[in-house]
Design a protein around this ligand. Structure first.
Ligand SMILES: [Zn+2]
Ligand SMILES: [Zn+2]
Length: 221
């Protein structure tokens, strides 16, 4: 399996390449479908089997509707974020540290490049898998950043933690949350899964499992 990291606006998308199909984790902000399609063309593949959205934020599902239209791949998300996708909302919650910058910029971005609604085709909750689509991945519900934020755990070894973890330096999300009190439990949930590598939503460099285990359980500490 190859993991292709695609810059899609100010976030990242992850295209998983298996012999039996391609799987996309997150889609970047609106208008970024070309980056994914270009990569698929370069690989000589058109068999995108699934678009998994880690959480209902502008920079993670902005191109989901366009990619579904262009590839036919279904969109999946946790049930708690499904209504936000369906309504084209990006719930930011409250800000800490410089999280206020995103709160300030988001309405402007939304006016320039509106966030297309992307009603999901299916949902998966905590402990459920994507095996039905041929992907050996378990869903970990890790709320706090948004109500339905999830991490995906591939083959029990590689985690995609999206915005549960902020980077440079690696730390528990400390900028935006709809439920700050949920974040420590969500981190503990991911740590308990003991992944060997952890990819996050805005950094190309994965964290080693030992780095994940060393993260402090409270945001901002
Ligand atoms: Zn986010
Ligand atoms: Zn993000």
């Amino acid at each position: 399996m190859n993991i292709h990291i695609l810059p899609t606006g100010f976030g990242l998308s992850f295209l998983l390449e298996y012999p039996h199909g391609l799987y996309l984790i997150d889609t970047g902000h609106p208008g970024q479908q070309g980056a994914v399609l270009e990569k698929m063309r370069a690989l000589g593949r058109s068999d995108l089997r699934l678009i998994w959205i880690t959480h209902a934020h502008y920079d993670h599902y902005g191109s989901a509707a366009a990619l579904r239209r262009l590839t036919g791949a279904p969109i999946g998300v946790h049930p708690a974020d499904a209504p936000h996708l369906a309504a084209g909302r990006s719930p930011l919650g409250t800000a800490r540290r410089h999280g206020w910058v995103f709160r300030l910029v988001m309405p402007l971005l939304n006016r320039l490049w509106p966030l297309p609604p992307a009603a999901p085709d299916f949902t998966r909750g905590d402990g459920e898998t994507l095996a039905e689509f041929g992907l050996q991945a378990a869903v970990l519900h890790t709320p706090g950043h948004t109500p339905g934020h999830t991490c995906l755990l591939l083959d029990g070894a590689v985690a995609f933690a999206a915005d549960l973890i902020s980077r440079a330096p690696a730390r528990l999300q400390d900028l935006l949350a709809t439920g700050w009190e949920q974040l420590p439990g969500s981190l503990a949930r991911l740590q308990a899964a003991r992944p060997e590598w952890v990819y996050t939503g805005h950094s190309r460099r994965p964290l080693a499992g030992s780095e994940l285990q060393s993260l402090a359980p409270r945001p901002g500490r």
